[in-house]
Write a protein that binds this ligand. Structure first.
Ligand code: ANZ
Ligand code: ZN
Length: 863
């Protein structure tokens, strides 16, 4: 009467039991089991787009195994899930199909939640957060006001994408690669609007420095963050115009000041109009207008033909009193450095191209060894090494940024002369957070004609997003069109005032959600600091590499800001970060045409041929997508094999950081493995129930061998799950143990029982349902997930033992058992610790130890 492994039956059943028992509820510090250390395991929460994809499944399975292992290893674990639920797709769905964004979003959440539950993920659903729910965004608004109060939320003019046909602002995602609107097809324009910013630049240096506090992050992510922050060191030097206005410039090469032959201001620079002479006024105005339509990427693109106009004015170079012309050009950006540069064409390529285009002088100030560069004949800028020439006080100094080289020498001289100072600059800009969209968190301020910008009193939060709006994708932001919502009384003076109609960038919502999980249902506070301080930082964060920069940087910024406000103690939110690889699907591609072929049209998969052209096709694994016919729906896999198989496959197929090729044959392989485990354990449960998993005093050879296999599996899986998470090798260890049990002859031994139970405990985090079912079939009443993680017995791991004679002064005092492969030092250590030797050497000075490997250890003692 052999039972069959039916995942569809047992998975549902155990999910229900676990939910009823509250097995995955979080233990807070004030719970009974507070002596346990905490572990916060977090997956990046999803945008509720509709259904789960394999990328989600991989992400959440990885985190779930980590959470489950830590529970078994004696931690109290916080493992929550929620929804990054504001955003453009909901609005687009409303425009396309007329479904209200809230309805669309909550339907998707319900659908995805039920799919998540089928995967057997051990979430504490009482902690669920939904960013579009007023009980969450009330606190997002409260946090915005914290920034506002601290002076870190401010308004200024900034360029937005403007659709001239629909008369609306577009998000970057709504502009295609040709710069056209997704809806109207119009060429998108740049338009200046008053926007809200968060002053992340105040934290630039800390965000950079503290990357050093994150040894548990992938190096490449830290590098991407560092590059994004983009610190440059150099100096600020002030030039003076002939009219007496000061123009500070930022330069990374203050040592080349003697080679500056002109200045360039950004077309937006505030001094441009004052410096422009009447002759040049028309040309300057036309150039400024043209520059305003270009975005930063176009303006700074490498190799692009240089354009610009002379203002008609001159500046004085502070180091040598030389008179140099002041130009404007769009390759100088207003919001980097000071918006003005000194141009050194001999040593900066952009300046060189500009000088050649407009016939401006080129003066060499760095002379490379063994060459004599000449400004007249130079064909490209020389940014490299050499010796300073034509450079007054720093002549003869080797060019470079190091100790004793030209840059530091120039800074020292400038500071001493009071002409400039050493300075750092960051690429990082302040964070533009306002969006002219409906489905987002309303910015809680009111604009009063008398009082100006007034924060909504915290007692009036949340500023609710009105539900009755019509979304057309045309005209001003939908909220701005809703007069009944916009018109309010000023909270300060009571005069007629208007609400802010911009909503917040959804990255704001996700910059603090991990701080809400520790106290997700708090109706009176953003969170109880004690709870957040208990759980933070997140011990292991798992998510996609696509969030390596913005989400992680913004979350780090929020954390540091809230620390400075005294709300939390930790200053880095994510202790360790794992960025999982992509899940790729199999597809057929015609290498000549580059076209993908629907798999069903491939007659012979072993010899795939293009049904249209008859050409041979290649099999490729690429990111799953509809257009490549290579998507695999998680639901379909669960229906066919069960969640445990899907989990096992994902964990086994590739290390977590690597891309994973979805392959049905390998999925089958995992299904077969679980079937073998099923047979092994059910057979044991039926025939030998009641044999306790103990260790007999003396072991037969087969028992010894099996015990070694068991404890090797424990040792190896424990190691694979400690920190670096090599799930794939851990699963292989489970397979080896299952094979060892299959082949074992000592099936009636308690050691065999120990093996079966160990296999289930080790398997539990990976395949939670089948492990639980089989655990109960062994007669247990409690959950396998509440068992302690097994600990390897070093004794059991000993490969083979030999007998060594212990001698003291040449006299045999006894024997010991040691591992066969022990080296000289190990033999000596074993011998010293043996009771036989101890009895005779204690208290005596050892003069010499003679080791004869494989035979004996002899101690020569004094006295
Ligand atoms: C003179 C010079 C000589 C420069 C030389 C470089 C090489 P990073 O490394 O990106 O910080 N610069 C400064 N402000 C600018 C702006 N708003 N728009 C465009 N370019 C700007 O580069 C700093 C260098 O970029 C500065 O150093 C300046 O050119 C230019 F052989 O000054 B340099
Ligand atoms: Zn007022």
């Amino acid at each position: 009467m052999e039972s069959r492994y039916e995942p569809q039956v047992i998975e549902k059943q155990w999910q229900q039991v676990w939910a009823d028992q509250g097995l995955d509820r979080t233990l807070d510090a004030d719970d009974a089991k507070q002596a346990k250390p905490k572990f916060y395991a977090l997956s990046m929460f999803p945008y509720p787009s509709g259904t789960l994809h394999m990328g989600h499944v991989r992400n959440y399975t990885i985190t779930d195994v980590i959470a489950r292992v830590h529970r078994m290893q004696g931690y109290r674990v916080l493992h929550p899930m929620g929804w990054d639920a504001f955003g453009l797709p909901a609005e687009n769905a409303a425009i396309d199909r007329g479904v209200p964004p809230a309805k669309w979003t909550y339907q998707n959440i319900a659908q995805m939640r039920s799919e998540l539950k089928r995967l057997g993920l051990s979430y504490d659903w009482e902690r669920e957060v939904t960013t579009c729910s007023p009980d969450y965004y009330r606190w997002t608004q409260w946090l915005f006001l914290e920034f506002f109060q601290a002076g870190l939320a401010y308004q200024k003019e900034a360029a937005v994408n403007w659709d001239p046909i629909d008369q609306t602002v577009l998000a970057n995602e709504q502009v295609d690669s040709e710069g056209r609107s997704w809806r109207s097809g119009a060429i998108v324009e740049r338009k200046l609007l008053r926007q809200w910013f968060l002053k992340i630049t105040d934290y630039a240096e800390q965000l950079l420095q503290d990357l050093d506090k994150l040894p548990g992050w992938p190096e490449r992510v830290k590098l991407m963050q560092a590059n994004w922050i983009g610190k440059s060191t150099g100096a600020q030097v002030t030039f003076t115009t002939e009219q007496g206005d000061e123009i500070p410039v930022f330069t990374t090469r203050p040592d080349t000041l003697w080679g500056a032959t002109f200045m360039v201001l950004s077309p937006e620079h505030p001094l441009v109009s004052k410096l422009t002479t009447p002759d040049q006024a028309a040309a300057i105005a036309a150039y400024q207008q043209a520059a305003a339509t270009k975005n930063e990427i176009d303006r700074t693109a490498e190799g692009r033909e240089k354009t610009g106009v002379w203002t008609g004015s001159y500046a004085i170079n502070p180091v040598n009193g030389e008179k140099i012309p002041i130009w404007i050009a769009d390759y100088v950006l207003m919001d980097y450095g000071t918006g003005a540069i000194m141009a050194v064409p001999a040593h900066d390529q952009r300046d060189f191209e500009f000088a050649r285009t407009f016939g401006l002088p080129v003066r060499v100030v760095v002379q490379p060894e063994g060459q004599t560069l000449d400004g007249e004949t130079l064909t490209a800028a020389w940014p490299g090494e050499g010796v300073m020439v034509n450079s007054g006080p720093i002549d003869g100094i080797p060019a470079g940024k190091g100790e004793g080289q030209s840059v530091l020498a120039a800074i020292a001289w400038l500071e001493q002369q009071g002409k400039g100072k050493g300075m750092a600059n960051y690429r990082l800009r302040d964070w533009l957070i306002s969006r002219q969209r409906y489905w987002g968190c309303p910015i809680p301020v009111i604009h009063c004609p008398d009082c100006g910008t007034v924060p909504v009193p915290t007692t009036d939060l949340p500023v609710l997003l009105p539900e009755a709006v019509e979304l057309t994708g045309r005209g001003a932001s939908p909220l701005a069109q809703l007069e009944s919502w916009v018109n309010v009384a000023c909270p300060q003076c009571g005069a007629a005032a208007r609400r802010e109609t911009d909503t917040m960038d959804t990255f704001i919502d996700s910059s603090w959600y991990f701080l809400r999980y520790p106290d997700a249902q708090n109706a009176n506070q953003v969170f109880d600091p004690a709870k957040v301080n208990d759980w933070m930082p997140v011990d292991q964060y798992v998510g996609g590499i696509e969030h390596a920069i913005l989400h992680l940087l913004y979350s780090r910024f929020f954390t540091k800001f809230l620390r400075d406000r005294g709300l939390i103690k930790c200053d880095e939110p994510f202790q360790r970060l794992l960025t999982q690889g992509m899940v790729q699907g199999k597809t057929y591609k015609n290498p000549r045409t580059g076209k993908y072929v629907v798999p069903a049209q491939v007659a012979d998969p072993a010899n795939p041929v293009d049904p249209e052209t008859g050409e041979a096709l290649t099999v490729v694994y690429e990111k799953m997508s509809k257009s490549k016919y290579n998507g695999v729906a998680p639901e379909a896999v669960i229906d066919k094999y069960g969640a445990d198989t899907a989990r096992m496959f994902i964990l086994f197929k590739a290390p977590p950081e690597k891309d994973l090729e979805w392959d049905e044959a390998d999925v089958e392989g995992q299904f077969r493995f679980l079937n073998r485990v099923w047979r092994l354990v059910t057979e044991f449960a039926q025939t030998r129930q009641g044999v306790a998993p103990t260790t007999p005093d003396t072991l037969t050879k087969p028992e010894k061998d099996l015990r070694r296999a068991i404890h090797t599996a424990i040792q190896e899986t424990t190691h694979d799950l400690a920190g670096d998470y090599q799930f794939n090798t851990a699963v292989s260890e489970l397979m080896k143990l299952s094979n060892a049990l299959n082949e074992a002859t000592c099936v009636d031994s308690p050691v065999y029982a120990e093996g079966i139970e160990t296999l289930l405990r080790l398997l539990a985090p990976f395949a939670p349902h089948i492990s639980e079912e089989l655990w109960h079939q062994l007669g247990h009443q409690d959950s396998v997930h509440q068992q302690p993680w097994p600990v390897a017995d070093p004794q059991a791991l000993v490969v083979d033992e030999i007998t060594i004679v212990i001698q003291v002064m040449g006299k045999t005092r006894g024997t010991i058992q040691v591992p066969a492969g022990a080296d000289r030092q190990a033999l000596e250590d074993y011998a010293r610790q043996s009771p036989a030797a101890q009895r005779h050497i204690e208290g005596k000075a050892i003069k010499k130890v003679i080791v004869v490997p494989g035979k004996l250890v002899n101690f020569v003692v004094a006295g």
